[in-house]
Write a protein that binds this ligand. Structure first.
Ligand SMILES: *Cc1c(COP(=O)(O)O)cnc(C)c1O
Length: 391
């Protein structure tokens, strides 16, 4: 039986599985609103664009603290269209972290540019000004900072570096809806902030969806045209560039507006569960990803580093706690991306074999949180013992 099936069934002689995430609980909170919004759209047949999309775009820009938001079909398109709209393409280099979801690097390759992978900080697993600076060349046009797991790096330092180097700062905020640095939200630091609303993200649609936020009206206008076959604003058959179709559906926009009203509460719940997890790991051998001082994470994932991941996976599985790994292979060692790897990246490579993601979703009940905490505490102590007896 797959874990997902097991998660819904009480197992013989044991507790029911604590699933890795539970999207259904979020849906139940907003279902009535969504049906109401959907029936209006079904009535009007305005499925593409229209007032629901415009409303969500306004709300999302306001939430992120930017002047504009442009809805697109998914997070990968948000990144690719941003790069292309900024004129980045063949011959250009774009710096990306080695440990991210593959889409960050994929978008760079799709734009025609070359990804340059950089290593990360061992405590946060985020890029640092030092790792980035060492990789800047004459061809570098942009840095894509990824707010991995919902955490932000020192954005002042990164922005100072990109300004000094004369390169553009782009944010991959696909895991960080609502995350902040010194009170400012993810997406508002760079020339553009790229979001995915894949169902499992902190703000998730009922399918694929994405957005780019920015404060430059010219960039916003260009993105609006690019997502819609290069149409000139207000026209139907006048195209002033070769672009693509990457629009946000009205049905998805309704879901996103309804869920956005709950996002702060859901993020707060993730943070408070995470605080319990941290407290349970008091022996210090199971180390959760650290927050950068000044940043406030939104815990898209609860990621810890352990010296013996197989032991950790076994213990959590025995307790019927579903876990995952984000991500088992750093991008620069992943099949077709190997040709862009020009050096070993020891921190990202070492972390890939040690990280484990624990169950975390806003609607976890106290009993579920307690079961995860007990397992964390026991594993933490076992690892301390194993490490000290092997030392
Ligand atoms: C999910 C994700 C993406 C891609 O988003 P899609 O909507 O799946 O295309 C890009 N970057 C990161 C870091 C992600 O987590």
């Amino acid at each position: 039986m797959a874990l997902a099936d097991a998660a819904t069934a009480a197992s013989p002689g044991g507790d029911a599985w604590v699933p890795f995430t539970d999207l259904r609980a979020m849906t139940l909170e907003v279902e009535t609103e969504i049906w109401r919004g959907w029936s209006a759209i079904v009535e009007s047949s305005a499925f593409i664009g229209g007032s629901a999309v415009e409303l969500f775009e306004q709300q999302w820009a306001e939430y992120c603290g930017t002047a504009h938001a442009v809805g697109v079909a998914n997070g990968t398109d948000a990144l690719q269209l941003t790069l292309m709209a900024l004129g980045i393409g063949p011959g250009d280099e774009v710096i990306v972290p080695a440990n991210t979801f593959i889409a960050t690097a994929e978008a760079v390759v799709l734009s025609g540019a070359t990804p340059r992978f950089v290593d990360v900080d061992p405590h946060t697993l985020l890029i640092t000004p030092e790792t980035v600076e060492a990789s800047i060349t004459d061809e570098t046009r942009a840095l894509i900072v990824v707010h991995l797991y919902g955490q932000l790096a020192d954005m002042d330092a990164l922005r100072a570096l990109t300004d000094r180097a004369g390169i553009m700062l782009i944010e991959d905020a696909a895991q960080a809806h609502g995350g902040t640095w010194r009170g400012y939200r993810a997406g508002s630091f760079g020339v553009a902030g790229c979001f995915s609303f894949y169902p499992g993200k902190n703000l998730g649609a009922f399918g694929d969806a994405g957005a780019v936020v920015c404060s430059d009206p010219v960039l916003a206008q260009r993105l609006r045209s690019m997502r819609d076959h290069g149409r000139v604003a207000g026209s139907h058959y006048q195209h002033d560039m070769i672009a693509t179709n990457s629009r946000l559906d009205a049905l998805q926009a309704v879901v996103l507006s309804a869920k956005l009203a709950r996002l702060e509460a859901w993020n707060e719940s993730r943070r408070s569960i995470m605080a319990s997890y941290r407290a349970a790991a008091s022996a210090g051998s199971l180390r959760f990803i650290e927050e950068t001082p000044g940043a406030r994470g939104v815990y898209h994932l609860a990621v810890a580093r352990v010296s013996d991941r197989s032991a950790a996976e076994r213990l959590f599985a025995e307790r019927h706690l579903q876990t995952a790994v984000h991500y088992p292979t750093p991008c620069h060692l992943s099949g077709p991306y190997r040709r862009f790897a020009d050096s070993t990246l020891p921190v990202a490579e070492g972390a890939a074999g040690q990280i484990i993601s624990l169950p975390l979703f806003p609607h976890m009940d106290q009993r579920q949180v307690a079961r995860v905490c007990e397992a964390i505490s026991e594993l933490d102590q076992r690892l301390v013992y194993a490490e000290s007896s092997s030392a």
